[in-house]
Design a protein around this ligand. Structure first.
Ligand code: ZN
Length: 121
């Protein structure tokens, strides 16, 4: 009998079934507790990432620039904001940033006649 994971021989009676695979004692323990075998720093930063992915996460440079421009110059059309930013972003990228900011309730779109303006929340 051979372990499906590390390919070592398993003594008869020592094999473990896990999710349809035959594992040796060691691999079974790893499979059952994946977090414990990870680098503690990896777990640590994963937790921090979760935290920072929450509502109060810090803004990317482009996002804070967008907010600053909307604050200084008032509502404007996406295309105009793109020009004001003076970056080589595509409008699609900008819309993605806008969507993120909108989720954070920092900006919103506003219809003005035919146009849609972006403004601070
Ligand atoms: Zn194994």
């Amino acid at each position: 009998m051979e372990c499906d994971r590390c390919k070592q021989d398993i003594k008869p009676g020592d094999e473990h079934e896990h999710l349809g695979k035959t594992l040796c004692e060691d691999c079974c323990m790893i499979a059952l507790s994946p977090l414990k075998t990870c680098d503690p720093w990896a777990v640590h930063s994963a937790k921090n990432f979760e935290k920072s992915a929450g509502k109060n996460r810090t803004l990317t440079p482009i996002q804070s620039q967008m907010l600053k421009l909307l604050e200084e110059k008032g509502a404007m059309e996406p295309a105009q904001l793109l020009v004001e930013l003076g970056s080589d972003l595509q409008i699609k990228d900008l819309e993605r940033e806008f969507a993120t900011l909108r989720h954070m309730e920092k900006v919103r779109g506003e219809k003005q006649g035919e146009k849609v303006l972006w403004r601070l929340w």
